[in-house]
Design a protein around this ligand. Structure first.
Ligand SMILES: NC(=O)c1ccc[n+]([C@@H]2O[C@H](COP(=O)([O-])OP(=O)(O)OC[C@H]3O[C@@H](n4cnc5c(N)ncnc54)[C@H](OP(=O)(O)O)[C@@H]3O)[C@@H](O)[C@H]2O)c1
Length: 323
């Protein structure tokens, strides 16, 4: 978030950093100076215009109303407020108008996997009215925070000479005990991202519920399987999007190419998306089945567009709507 505020020359008068009490005493840079980290539980939030939250759902549930009550608009990265009917859930280029209805002084930043698919899906909805989505996700380890990044890096380190033996036996390499994920993530895919809440994971619920809210299609049928893959950054989604009317591949490609925040490419990959602000969409094709539908693949940086960038774009849209 700090990097993106600087990159985008966001109009910051002054900045304050908050974390838990254990980070008291730390200093972090801001444009050549050092800023001391404050304890977020201090209760002193007056004078803050915009509070960018990324402290997890339980901290956000407690703190966001307190900070908003002292006059700040809270933009929250966690899942705590996303499905609250009085809190807008915003991807600015898709449903920026939702910012007008801000009763609680809190705006929710959507789930990182959901965000990367929204602009292309909005374009298809405008083109042919979405009826149903069937999606499989390919989620990077950084979506599980630094712990996920470290786990993949450790499992890959010093293993070069041994990895080829996995071609014959999946147990040929000892990757150690998994902590952040349900099994070894190196040289593997895990068809469970997030935690099981019923027959589905919380990530699968988030994709369905948040897509319906952002696209303003409460009746949209959404079938999701969330998969964790050995990629450091860049969430990808393979999408089957059923429409109310038949559209050609050329029409779908043009509509998606004109969507904001999207670049159409032949082969979108997470590696190509990591570190970029736009999402890459490709393999766009009319589905050959009996129902009108379009298939595509999208990759987007889960830390940028999936989190920090979208939060700051929300702040920019809010400022623009007030000026
Ligand atoms: N990683 C992603 O791709 C991604 C994408 C979208 C959304 N999110 C969401 O963003 C949130 C944070 O994820 P992250 O990956 O950024 O986590 P993270 O790297 O673990 O950072 C969490 C931060 O929150 C602070 N914090 C924790 N508890 C706090 C409390 N009670 N009061 C004040 N500060 C507190 C921590 O400070 P201390 O070090 O002092 O504890 C730390 O600075 C989660 O809700 C996550 O689901 C993550």
């Amino acid at each position: 978030m700090r990097t993106i505020l600087e990159e985008r020359n966001f109009p910051v008068g002054s900045i304050r950093y908050f974390a838990s009490a254990k980070s008291l005493g730390k200093v972090l840079p801001w444009k050549g100076s050092e800023v001391a980290v404050e304890d977020a539980a201090s209760g002193e939030y007056r004078g803050i215009d915009i509070a960018l939250f990324s402290a997890g759902a339980s901290a956000s549930s407690q703190l966001a109303p307190k900070v908003a009550a002292q006059g700040a608009v809270v933009i929250d990265n966690s899942s705590a407020w996303r499905m609250d009917p009085d809190v807008p859930l915003v991807v600015p280029e898709v449903n920026g108008h939702a910012l007008a209805d801000m009763r609680k002084g809190i705006i929710a930043n959507p789930n990182c996997t959901t965000i990367v698919a929204m602009s292309a899906l909005k374009a298809l909805d405008r083109l042919g009215s979405l009826r149903k989505l069937v999606v499989s996700t390919y989620q990077a380890v950084s979506g599980a925070g630094l712990a996920g990044v470290n786990e993949l890096a450790e499992q890959l380190s010093d293993k070069e000479g041994q990895l080829m033996w996995l071609a014959y036996d999946g147990r040929a390499v000892d990757f150690g005990k998994p902590v952040a994920f349900a099994g070894p993530i190196a040289a593997n895919v895990l068809p469970i991202a997030g935690t099981l809440v019923d027959e589905e994971t919380n990530e699968e619920h988030k994709f369905r519920d948040e897509s319906r809210k952002i696209l303003e299609l409460p009746g949209l049928e959404v079938s999701v399987t969330c998969v964790r893959v050995p990629v450091f950054t860049g969430h990808s989604v393979a999408v089957y999007a059923e429409l109310a009317r038949d559209v050609t591949t050329a029409e779908a490609t043009q509509a998606i190419a004109e969507a904001p925040g999207v670049r159409v490419v032949d082969i979108p990959t997470p590696l190509d998306s990591a570190g970029r602000d736009f999402c890459l969409v490709g393999r766009i094709r009319r589905d050959p089945g009996s129902r009108p539908a379009v298939n595509f693949f999208v990759s987007g940086d889960n830390l940028r567009k999936g989190a920090a960038l979208n939060a700051i774009q929300i702040a920019e849209a809010m400022i623009a709507s007030r000026s």
